[in-house]
Design a protein around this ligand. Structure first.
Ligand code: GSH
Length: 202
């Protein structure tokens, strides 16, 4: 199986796929994309994925997969990283959809602006609103983790990978996790998982 991942090293969405594939033992051929330079919008990449986003995974039969959480669902199915129970599966989907709508759209966007583009509030007036929305998401996570080790069925799954990707670098988007002890303990539990690898290492 040849798997080519168009990826960006610092992107949480790309890291989700790299981490899961590393934990599953699937080798990837990585093509690094410079998102800031607009490489994803160039005609040669748009010809591969008209959506113009990474992660983009090309399977050896030529099928192109897009959307980080969909890619994870494809490979996690029937592995230890996806709950087996029907209701737990639904709860896993719920967190994946929530991550894309209520978490990534604030925390990743603030991080991109500050960490990739070097903006402050002065250059990017959207930041205060993004922080407000991001802290709302972090409060939901903190509350959920009060009496739970992991997001679904008390075991590590792709719901944790999806939420870990941008939460563990939220400080780069201006978020302070000091007042979120349950999130911080959960981040440590994710880092303690077998075959865990950091964003820089894979
Ligand atoms: N919902 C998508 C978001 C993908 C996304 O926004 N990717 C960014 C990098 S994190 C990108 O490719 N940006 C390049 C561009 O928009 O030109 C996913 O989860 O994969």
């Amino acid at each position: 199986m040849t798997l080519t991942l168009y990826s960006n090293q610092g992107s949480g969405n790309c890291y989700k796929v790299r981490l899961l594939m590393h934990q599953l033992g699937h080798a990837l051929t990585i093509k690094e994309m410079d998102v800031v330079a607009g490489e994803c919008q160039k005609p040669d990449f748009l010809a591969i994925n008209p959506v113009g986003k990474v992660p983009t995974l090309v399977l050896d039969e030529g099928v192109v997969l897009s959307e980080s959480n969909a890619i994870m669902l494809h490979f996690a199915d029937e592995t230890q990283y996806m709950p087996m129970d029907h209701l737990d599966k639904t709860l896993c989907y719920q967190w994946l959809f929530w991550e894309q709508y209520s978490h990534e759209t604030a925390i990743a966007v603030a991080r991109y602006s500050m960490h990739y583009l070097g903006n402050t509030e002065k250059e990017d007036p959207r930041l205060p609103q993004l922080w407000e929305k991001g802290y709302t998401a972090l409060k939901v996570m903190e509350n959920h983790l009060k009496d739970k080790e992991f997001f679904v069925a008390d075991r590590y799954s792709i719901a944790d990978i999806a939420l870990f990707a941008y939460t563990h670098v939220a400080d780069q988007g201006g978020f302070d996790l000091t007042a979120y002890p349950h999130i911080r303990a959960w981040l440590d539990r994710v880092k303690a998982q077998p075959l865990y690898a950091s964003m820089d290492d894979i």
